[in-house]
Design a protein. Structure first.
Length: 426
């Protein structure tokens, strides 16, 4: 099945980069001493993220840091340590040389900025660097709403749950279900998860430790294909009317012998609010409906995006006894819907929790459509699974809907699959 995945333009760029890396520009010597033999390429520099790979051929199998500058000023230094099997095949080593960092909000001011990526502690830049980006300030209405989710199995009774969603003018989001609250803060590139039962919280930065590379690499897959517009569904609350899209997605399986099973997505979007008002997932065994109701436009209370007084920090949220026999995957929001609009490329962090005393994630396989990029942020052995997921801006893939799927395995062998839907609102 893996052989059937189509490659997008990023793969073509990487191939070109591989040939360029054979030149003296790619393998720059540090002062002519021969102490280093740098190779690297900036594959993407945009308003969503800055990504690429970097390595020192004189020290194979070892990751190195890169420094990112804006207009000559250092923005951040990160480890180029994400798993890149393609780069590993090219260099002949373990391939732990990829990097991705979210584009800082401070650069989204409508001005042109020159982005330079260098091998850290040197003046040597990666190939395809510098690059110029201009990101206009994002104008997305702040609001709060109820997310009413109804799951109807093919056999048995349906059940409904109500989540709560808020978004402020800084694009911070708050998702709340019966137990957990997930607060995503792109301004400081951090996610906080609150456990309302134990009154504890975890802080998970959007950065990459050296140990965060030992999950399976994200697998590129052509998951969606556009279909006809779905039947008319006029959800309340959208002042400008709704657009509808439909797509078909094969559900991936961990058993590569089993062929993918198609599922249908119907989505109705409100352009003026930049929201998917209604989402319908029709799968082989159940139908899931998600609708936003009771929408209140306006900046939410800032206290919604802070940790309440009395909560104590515990980054291993599942370490408290929950009464669950064995491990179970708790989802902070289901289904997950990601919005991409203009210069707001839908960057987010998706969090799942391995619930139960001493439970943690042992593996993850990620399938993403051609317009998405997905990078795991946490390593094996963590009770919280984080994923940096963003629209990669692929100009060759213009379908308004795309999907990703995560297959998770916990320490007791329990497996869980969850789907993420990207809606492009322009």
């Amino acid at each position: 099945m893996l052989k059937s995945y189509r490659k997008d333009f990023m793969t073509v760029i990487l191939t070109i980069a591989a040939f360029l890396s054979l030149t003296s520009e790619a393998f720059a010597q540090n002062g002519g001493t021969g102490a280093t033999n740098y190779a690297g390429y900036v594959e993407h520099a945009g308003c969503d993220a800055i990504a690429g790979w970097a390595a020192d051929r004189s020290s194979l199998n070892n990751s190195i840091p890169v420094a990112i500058y804006s207009d000559g000023v250092l923005v951040t230094t990160i480890g180029a340590n994400l798993s890149r099997p393609d780069v590993g095949s090219f260099l002949g080593d373990n391939g732990l040389h990829g990097f991705t960092v979210a584009t800082p909000a401070s650069l989204k001011d409508g001005q042109a900025h020159q982005i330079t990526v260098r091998f850290a502690s040197s003046a040597i830049g990666l190939n395809n660097s510098p690059a110029s980006i201009t990101c206009v300030p994002t104008q997305i209405p702040p609001l709060c709403a109820d997310q009413v989710v109804t799951i109807t199995p093919s056999q048995g009774l349906s059940h409904t749950l109500v989540n709560h969603f808020c978004r402020d003018r800084f694009l911070r989001t708050r998702y709340e279900n019966d137990r957990f609250v997930t607060i995503n803060s792109p301004d400081i590139q951090e996610t906080r998860v609150l456990d309302k039962i134990t009154q504890t919280y975890g802080v998970f930065p959007w950065s990459y430790a050296a140990s965060a590379t030992d999950y399976s690499a994200a697998v590129l897959a052509a998951l969606t294909s556009p279909g006809p517009k779905p039947p008319v569904h006029p959800p309340a609350g959208c002042p400008t009317g709704n657009d509808g899209w439909s797509s078909t997605t094969p559900i991936q399986s961990q058993n590569i012998i089993v062929p993918p099973i198609p599922q249908t997505l119907n989505i109705w979007n409100c352009p003026s609010l930049v929201l998917p008002m209604y989402l319908e997932i029709i799968g082989p065994t159940s139908t899931t409906d998600s609708e936003l109701q009771n929408i209140v436009v306006g900046d939410p209370d800032t206290q919604l995006f802070t940790v309440p007084v009395g909560y104590t920090q515990d980054n291993s949220l599942s370490s408290s006894k929950s009464g669950i026999s064995g491990c179970a995957v708790r989802r902070t929001l289901d289904p997950v819907v990601l919005v991409s609009s203009g210069s707001h490329f839908g960057q987010t962090v998706v969090t799942a929790i391995a619930d139960g005393y001493g439970c943690y994630f042992t593996d993850a396989t990620i399938y993403v459509g051609q317009s998405l990029s997905a990078i795991p942020l946490t390593s094996k052995g963590s009770s919280v699974f984080q994923l940096l997921l963003f629209d990669n801006g692929n100009p060759q893939y213009k379908n308004a809907v795309d999907t990703a799927q995560i297959l998770l395995t916990t320490s007791d062998g329990t497996t869980d699959s969850r789907s993420i839907v990207l809606v492009k609102i322009n």
